[in-house]
Design a protein around this ligand. Structure first.
Ligand code: NAD
Length: 253
């Protein structure tokens, strides 16, 4: 079990990809903190996942520094350590460029990019202190997207935020490499979660995605979780600063 005994925080884990990552981490014998703004879904996820191992839901908005500070302190209090952080929380906002409001631009950037920075820095400070005291280095996984590489006209803040996540991942990897702490990102294509719910009710949108996806299907959250396990584990011990794309072959090679 590559994650046996490790302590992980997964943000945005009350549903979707984050939930699948928390579930898979628990199956790999990690102890998992589910951090999410949605208290109802968070509590339900904790209840559901408790059958697999040690899991706790903690309320946190990753875009708020105080929430993130409290989350990290509470996780260390509960489990004594943090070995893994998955910065998964993310939101979208659809609007054409000429109509896009400043508040919506800020809101998406605040969660997707600043949230990744805030949680990454808070957890990295703990990890660096641990290494300085002779402990083992940890691993951070950021959730990017294929839209880090190609923009969508009506998803501007989302595309910008994920491009930023890729650069942040590289900068964090460089800063933390001297401590042996690895930082990587995952860039999913279209994955069947609530974020993609509009596609379910719109056959034309679904067909558009499928026609651009060489594997001819939409991905499953578990397929992203499998990459998170690998990147978080010592199996990926010489990989840092990378974004691993999982998109059914959609990005041009
Ligand atoms: P989702 O909407 O199903 O789940 C996102 C979770 O994040 C929710 O539980 C939500 O409550 C939580 N969240 C939102 N704002 C938060 C905040 N401020 N603080 C803490 N939690 C917050 O979405 P998903 O599809 O599972 O997406 C997860 C990640 O994967 C996101 O970063 C997303 O950009 C990325 N991604 C998804 C797809 C896809 O096709 N689904 C593709 C590429 C990348």
């Amino acid at each position: 079990m590559p994650l046996d005994g490790k302590v992980a925080i997964v943000t945005g884990a009350a549903g979707g990809i984050g939930y699948a990552i928390a579930e898979r981490f628990l199956r790999e014998k990690a102890k998992v903190v589910i951090a999410d703004v949605d208290t109802e879904k968070g509590a339900a996820a904790e209840k559901d996942l408790a059958r697999l191992g040690e899991v706790q839901y903690m309320k946190a908005d990753v875009g708020r520094r105080l929430d993130v500070h409290n989350l990290v302190a509470a996780a260390i209090d509960a489990y004594g350590d943090i070995d893994i952080l998955v910065n998964n929380a993310g939101i979208v906002h659809g609007a054409d460029f000429l109509d896009l409001g400043e508040e919506d631009f800020d809101r998406v950037l605040n969660v997707n990019l600043k949230g990744t920075f805030l949680a990454g820095q808070a957890v990295a400070r703990h990890m660096v202190e641990k290494v300085s005291n002779g402990g083992t280095p940890g691993s951070i996984v950021n959730m990017s997207s294929i839209n880090a590489v190609f923009a969508i006209a009506n998803q501007i803040p989302y595309s910008v935020s994920k491009g930023g996540v890729n650069q942040l991942t590289k900068a964090m990897a460089l800063s933390l490499a001297p401590y042996g702490i690895r930082v990587n990102a995952i860039g999913p294509g279209s994955i069947m979660t609530d974020m993609l719910s509009s596609v379910n009710s719109d056959p034309a949108a679904r067909n558009r995605i499928l026609s651009r996806t060489p594997l001819g299907r939409i991905g499953e959250p578990a397929e992203i979780a499998a990459i998170a396990v690998f990147l978080a584990s010592d199996e990926a011990s010489y990989i840092t600063g990378q974004t691993v794309y999982a998109d059914g072959g959609r990005l041009p090679l």
